[in-house]
Design a protein around this ligand. Structure first.
Ligand code: ADP
Length: 415
């Protein structure tokens, strides 16, 4: 049921742990039902999207915007710039944890009160709405080589097969990959149950990528994955067997242990060091190994301590997280990025399949901003579902995967 509030029907929010999403309905002109030119002023930090979609049942076009939740002020500025005259002392429907956390910021800074709605109810309602009213929303990844994981060094090109809207998409399993993962069994428009979840989600991937790779934006990491070769980092069946494990039907290219290659190398730390970092590394090791006590003393002297710190030298250095970061950097960042993405994607694909099996469901929709049609993410999740279900199940993806909650809030989902 679509339940638009007159005073707040232009936009709705879903403020999550990583991203704050905004959905805006641009009404169509009455005479030709076409959208007028969109006049939206971007502010710093607006994540561009090309996902606008005309929705006849809403008599308008939906537009989608996102901001990093840690920069919530950018979202406030965006709303003030574009909707100040509509929203002053008004309500905006909002869901997600941030609709509670930032409630006072909205009230105090832009004079908007948030009408909060339950997050899971909105997410499911948003997906039901898309499945029922929006054609070509759903796509599947059609792989080129069955039974083999997508090969690195040739970014998988998904042949997307789109699926028309359906009046009865039930029952299905929703696997929503946001910062964490929620797994929800949906049996009809009003009935759902969160049957499982995982803390290894998009936040894990993005968080580890930031620690290991020093990337500034999520899209930089995704870009790295497109140039990566995880075989330099992951231990494959072929690394253990010298080829396929035929008795179990495991191709040589199947990952046996994510990041396991690091345990197989003797030249671990030195392999790809540049001359400068080699000298720096030797210097650090020599000093750290022999003069530990002396260094602790030096750290007490501000200037000497600062110089040593610049070289990464200190009594806590050899086994500290800082050194792990440095050691990691001796692998190619793009290979680490891809290994991380595959680790998280395969794991979620497998958990999704197991839940579908336990609950006797054969349709699995994957939502959340972790996906966003990134080639390896889509290919790997599809491969995992296909692999574990022995070809009986397919992963189903959504064009507006990251906006389910915001769409649900927009249409006024109530539990
Ligand atoms: P949440 O509601 O928990 O914020 P989302 O569905 O918005 O969940 O997904 C958040 C995840 O999406 C992040 O953890 C990250 O993996 C991924 N992501 C995609 N694009 C971005 C981006 N531009 N900035 C940060 N994370 C992004």
């Amino acid at each position: 049921q679509i339940n638009l509030l007159k005073e707040s029907n232009a936009l709705a929010l879903d403020i999550g742990g990583s991203l704050a999403k905004l959905v805006y309905l641009q009404p169509h002109l009455p005479h030709n039902r076409a959208p007028p030119p969109l006049k939206i002023h971007q502010v710093d930090g607006t994540l561009a999207n090309a996902l606008s979609v005309p929705v006849p049942v809403l008599d308008g076009t939906l537009h989608f915007f996102a901001f990093e939740s840690r920069n919530i002020h950018q979202l406030l500025r965006f709303i003030r710039r574009n909707w100040a005259h509509h929203t002053a002392r008004r309500h905006i429907r909002a869901t997600g944890g941030g609709s509670f956390k930032y409630e006072s910021a909205f009230r105090d800074e832009i004079d908007v009160s948030l009408a909060t709605l339950d997050e899971m109810t909105c997410t499911v309602a948003g997906l039901n709405f898309l499945l029922t009213y929006v054609d070509n929303e759903v796509y599947i990844y059609s792989k080129t080589q069955p039974h083999r994981p997508p090969q690195p060094a040739s970014v998988p090109h998904a042949t997307q097969l789109f699926v028309p809207a359906a009046t009865n998409p039930f029952p299905y399993l929703l696997v929503n990959i946001g910062s964490g993962v929620s797994i929800v069994k949906v049996t009809d428009h009003a009935t759902f149950e969160r049957v499982s979840g995982s803390s290894l989600g998009g936040g894990t991937f993005w968080g580890l990528a930031r620690m290991l790779l020093d990337c500034q934006t999520f899209d930089q990491v995704i870009d790295l994955t497109n140039h990566g070769d995880n075989r330099n980092v992951d231990m494959l069946v072929g690394d253990i067997y010298g080829g396929a494990y035929e008795n179990l039907g495991l191709d040589a290219s199947v990952i046996a242990a994510s990041f396991g290659k690091a345990t197989m190398r003797n030249d671990y730390a030195r392999h790809q060091l540049t001359t400068f970092s080699l000298i720096k590394d030797r210097f650090r090791r020599a000093i750290c190994g022999t003069l530990d006590l002396w260094l602790s003393f030096c750290h007490a002297l501000p200037l000497v301590g600062r110089v040593l710190k610049a070289f990464g030298i200190g009594s806590d250095v050899p086994w500290s997280p800082t050194l792990i970061t440095h050691t990691g950097a001796q692998y190619r960042p793009q290979d680490i990025a891809l290994a991380l993405l595959r680790m998280v994607s395969y794991n979620i694909g497998q958990i999704a399949y197991l839940n579908a099996r336990v609950h006797n469901l054969d349709r699995i929709y994957f939502g959340g901003n972790f996906i966003r049609n990134h080639p390896y993410t889509v290919a790997d999740i599809s491969f995992a579902v296909d692999f574990w279900s022995q070809g009986k199940m397919k992963a189903l993806f959504l064009k507006h995967d990251g906006y389910l909650g915001a769409i649900g809030a927009f249409i006024g989902a109530s539990s």
